[in-house]
Write a protein that binds this ligand. Structure first.
Ligand code: ADP
Ligand code: MG
Length: 207
């Protein structure tokens, strides 16, 4: 097997992400209740349900078109800080992969790097600010391997490990920053959803 991923494969992986978000949305909202306004799980679940409805209606898209559809849908349905940020992430990823019919390992690594660049351009967060950037930076750095599955597995493992590193941090961006020192002691919801997304992509790529 080539280790690559075509348009239907990318669409299937995005459906797996939607299922994982649906599964974890109560926990994501619980985390956001600790240091935010308690809507992150609902926001993400609403967005990815809308994505699945659009994938049902429009099949046979190339990888970049699927990623662009995800971007546009998240931007218009998720709301909050995370909607435009994840929207930008998927839009930059779509631009990075271009109009190829088949993503290889290098393309996935480049897409992740582009996604991180988009989030940082839009949200201006740096590592240590207690945001999704704290999961995306180690994920993008770890995103290496000979196949798409290996690249995503490495990225997902790094993002998963990064969630715990956000617990002691004091938030410097987003709503959680209003809490100051009281934001310490809780995992960041956005870093957690990033780990959920990458974990689901990695699982899907194995199949
Ligand atoms: P809101 O805070 O508007 O209610 P969400 O609850 O959906 O939006 O998302 C909160 C998450 O968004 C945070 O946990 C954090 O990871 C992420 N976030 C907020 N601001 C930024 C930023 N400037 N850069 C990167 N991520 C951010
Ligand atoms: Mg919130």
């Amino acid at each position: 097997m080539s280790g690559g991923c075509d348009g239907p494969g990318v669409a299937a992986a995005i459906r797996a992400v939607a299922a994982a978000i649906a599964d974890q949305h109560v926990e994501l909202t619980r985390l956001d209740r600790e240091i935010g306004d308690g809507d992150h799980g609902e926001n993400m679940n609403r967005g990815f349900k809308a994505v699945v409805a659009k994938l049902d209606a429009d099949q046979g898209m190339a990888p970049g078109a699927v990623l662009k559809l995800v971007a546009m849908t998240l931007m218009s349905t998720v709301g909050g800080a995370s909607g435009p940020l994840y929207g930008t992430a998927f839009l930059r990823a779509a631009t990075a992969v271009g109009d190829t019919d088949q993503l290889d390992a290098a393309a996935v690594g480049a897409a992740l790097a582009a996604a991180l660049g988009g989030v940082q351009a839009r949200g201006k967060a740096v590592p240590g600010d207690k945001t999704m950037v704290d999961a995306l930076v180690p994920a993008a750095e770890a995103a290496q391997g000979d196949s798409v599955a290996e690249v995503l597995q490495a990225a997902a493992a790094a993002a998963h490990d990064a969630v715990a590193t956000t617990i002691p941090l004091v938030a410097r961006k987003g709503r959680a920053s209003y809490l100051g020192e009281r934001s310490a002691g809780h995992a960041d919801p956005g870093a957690t959803s990033t780990a959920v997304i990458l974990g689901a992509l990695a699982e899907a790529a194995k199949g």
